[in-house]
Design a protein around this ligand. Structure first.
Ligand SMILES: Cc1cc2nc3c(=O)[nH]c(=O)nc-3n(C[C@H](O)[C@H](O)[C@H](O)COP(=O)(O)O)c2cc1C
Length: 326
């Protein structure tokens, strides 16, 4: 058992979290991760309405009675979803752990705290992590440049970001971005984190509710097969390299603006990829760590083998360096 401040805080067995993932973080996946002793997270905005989110949580509860979290991602948007109503739904569903992401969590803190909800804020820089601690979050999840989705604009990979966060934070924090196995968990612990958050690894699992072709593409792809889109708009996103993402990069690098790529990056096209397995149909999110992913196991197996391998690394491989008695 790898017990840390993070597992103690949230009452979970293993310091392994399945981060919120649009179109992927549904009940089956979250429940499978939690049932195996990690923390599974349902993605609020994947549900069409706040009422559907309550139903999704209830569905997950039929699959596990262990703690499950909900991700609430707040990003700038032309037609914002009703965030306040989703927040209310989280409370009404009796959720006790929330992963916030995308913007300052302060506006949510009062309501979540009033209902005894633990808040894990995900961010991509030490300064945002420190700010989150100051506004009262219980833990931080810090995403390095390797991560799938939005890595921020600082471009600091985990090897520097994680110990920098350890130096600056007093509350528990987990490392995110580029983790797929127990070597990663052991390394995160060595760098000062209290656990890991994984997205791409859980996306490529049996319970992940996306097309088999996408999972097979992740297994086949290497760490070279991602693109960073929206760099010129200071809203960088790491996504799978395909004809669409390469075209978006080309248009923006040539001076194009958002309207010039709007149709290419439409969310409906990305959703189509996940539902129908046509990996060239649109933009879809994936991380560098796909280069370390070679199979499609159950989410429970991912949790168990991550923890087992971390223990083996800590006990056996690193034990080789114990001082030799003379
Ligand atoms: C398909 C996909 C969708 C994602 N959607 C979200 C999201 O809606 N909100 C969020 O906070 N993070 C989202 N993420 C990021 C993950 O929660 C996590 O931070 C990231 O995947 C960690 O990097 P890794 O993929 O290298 O493990 C998404 C990741 C993936 C792969």
């Amino acid at each position: 058992m790898v017990r840390t401040r993070f597992t103690d805080l949230l009452g979970i067995e293993h310091p392994v979290v399945q981060g919120g993932m649009m179109w992927v973080g549904r009940a089956e996946l979250a429940a499978a991760v939690s049932e195996a002793g990690g923390l599974g997270i349902i993605t609020a905005l994947t549900q069409p309405t706040p009422a559907d989110l309550v139903k999704e949580v209830e569905r997950a509860r039929t699959m596990t009675d262990k703690p499950i979290g909900v991700n609430l991602t707040i990003l700038p948007s032309i037609n914002p979803p009703p965030y306040d109503e989703y927040r209310r739904a989280i409370v009404d569903a009796g959720i006790t752990i929330v992963e916030t992401a995308g913007s300052n969590p302060e506006p949510h803190m009062e309501m979540f705290k009033a209902h005894g909800i633990r808040v894990v804020h995900k961010c991509t820089s030490v300064r945002h992590a420190v700010k989150a601690e100051a506004v009262g979050v219980d833990a931080v999840s810090i995403d390095g440049f390797e991560c799938a989705g939005h890595p921020g604009e600082d471009d600091i990979p985990g090897l520097v970001l994680i110990p920098a966060a350890a130096d600056a934070l007093s509350i528990p924090f987990i490392a995110s971005g580029g983790f797929a196995d127990g070597r990663g968990l052991a390394a995160a612990l060595a760098l000062g984190a209290d656990g890991v958050n994984m997205g791409t690894r859980f996306m490529c699992s049996v319970e992940s509710p996306i097309s088999q072709q996408v999972k097979e593409r992740i297994v086949e792809a290497t760490e070279h097969d991602t693109e960073l889109i929206f760099r010129t708009l200071s809203n960088t996103a790491r996504v799978a390299s395909n004809s669409v993402s390469r075209e978006v990069v080309e248009i923006l690098n040539a001076g194009g603006d958002f309207p010039a790529v709007r149709e290419l990056v439409a969310g409906a096209r990305g959703r189509h990829v996940f539902e129908h397995g046509d990996i060239e149909a649109g933009i879809w999110t994936v991380g560098l760590v796909q280069g370390l992913i070679h199979d499609i196991p159950t989410a429970g197996d991912i949790v168990r083998r991550t923890v087992d391998q971390a223990e083996a690394v800590l006990r056996e491989r690193l034990a080789l360096f114990e001082p030799v008695a003379v």
